[in-house]
Design a protein around this ligand. Structure first.
Ligand code: CA
Length: 228
């Protein structure tokens, strides 16, 4: 069970949070002052922190800075809760490392949706050092590609193209989209250059029949798809 920790001084809001977060299937813990909150998150090491912007003893920004500079806490996602009128300050909240924010009063449904989305994003970030599709596995940490358990050597551009495709298999990308994702915008590369790299990538993946996964979509572009 994931633990959501709230640092919030408004009692009525704390009970609302407690009720809705527990009903959504999370464990709820909280502190009502900033310093106590900073002590407790170090003990609890929650999966997500809901941080009030204005606390009686220390500001949410200071706490956020503390979280991001603490080795054991820095990866924990933070949602800032701000009062209306403080939105302009929210931008500095992102500077200090908050992942998302909600303006009070917010609907419990919206809060739970944001919590779910952020927890999902965080677990993808930490656990997806591998991408796989059909018989291809990309080990992102080790920068290696395997086709049917055999390692395949790719050039840097081919590697980036494959990584881009593997993140959204089945989706058709135009040459322009591939260019933007792999070479970056404001770069002048002809369509032919992209075709050359795609051809190299195909060749590298063609060691086995099962790994021929790059499909040409006439007059549109390319996609990662098992040819039927
Ligand atoms: Ca407050």
């Amino acid at each position: 069970m994931k633990t959501i920790f709230s640092i919030e001084d408004e009692e009525s809001l704390v009970s609302l949070l407690e009720y809705n977060i527990s009903s959504a299937g999370y464990k709820f813990e909280h502190s009502m002052t900033g310093y106590e909150g900073m002590m407790n998150i170090q003990k609890v090491k929650p999966d997500l922190i809901l941080l009030d912007w204005m606390l009686p003893d220390i500001s949410g920004i200071e706490i956020c800075k503390f979280i991001r500079s603490n080795k054991e806490l820095q990866r924990i996602p933070v949602i800032m809760l701000t009062a209306r009128g403080e939105e302009d300050d929210v931008i500095s909240g992102f500077d200090t490392g908050a992942d998302d924010y909600l303006v009070k009063p917010f609907s419990p449904k919206e809060l739970i949706a944001r919590i779910r989305a952020l927890l999902r994003r965080t677990s993808e970030r930490t656990s997806s050092s591998k991408l796989s599709y059909a018989n291809i596995i990309m080990d992102i940490d080790m920068h290696r590609v395997y086709c049917c358990d055999k390692e395949t050597k790719l050039g840097p551009r081919e590697y980036r193209i494959l990584e881009f495709f593997m993140k959204n298999p089945g989706r058709v990308y135009t040459r322009q989209q591939i260019l933007d994702a792999v070479w970056g915008t404001n770069v002048y590369i002809t369509d032919r250059t992209i075709d050359v790299h795609i051809r190299r990538l195909r060749k590298a993946l063609s060691t086995t029949e099962e790994c021929k996964v790059i499909r040409t979509i006439r007059s549109s572009g390319y996609s990662l798809d098992i040819e039927k």
